[in-house]
Design a protein around this ligand. Structure first.
Ligand SMILES: [Cu+2]
Length: 118
């Protein structure tokens, strides 16, 4: 009978520990999510501050066909992703060093912005 109680206690303790770990992992895994859109004014917001060493997810929705920003290019993160009209696209990377990362369209980032890494 005692052994049974001990077993039960251990499994409850285990479950509690696993739950804690799962929550921790979840909180750490969310990183930084930034919603962006492409309008006739370009990328909005165009200047965004992110944290070094933490994954960044940009969720970009292109809302216009009237600019040339039909993809997003971030050279330092080796990103060159098409932005289909009206469809949110996720781009994830982890900034490795502090500074400014320029991003923008494929034509020399004529339309683009800056990610400030701190
Ligand atoms: Cu362009």
């Amino acid at each position: 009978m005692k052994a049974m109680h001990a077993f039960r206690f251990v499994s409850i303790a285990c479950a509690a520990l696993l739950t804690t770990l799962a929550f921790t992992a979840c909180a750490a895994g969310t990183g930084q999510t930034i919603e962006m859109s492409v309008t006739e004014k370009g990328f909005e917001p165009d200047v965004v501050t992110v944290k070094k060493g933490e994954p960044v997810t940009l969720v970009i929705t292109r809302k216009t066909d009237k600019t040339c920003a039909k993809e997003i290019v971030i050279d330092e993160a080796k990103i060159n992703t098409k932005l289909p009209l009206g469809k949110p696209v996720k781009v994830t990377f982890t900034p490795k060093q502090a500074g400014e990362l320029k991003y923008g369209c494929a034509m020399g980032k004529m339309i683009g912005g800056v990610l400030k890494v701190e």
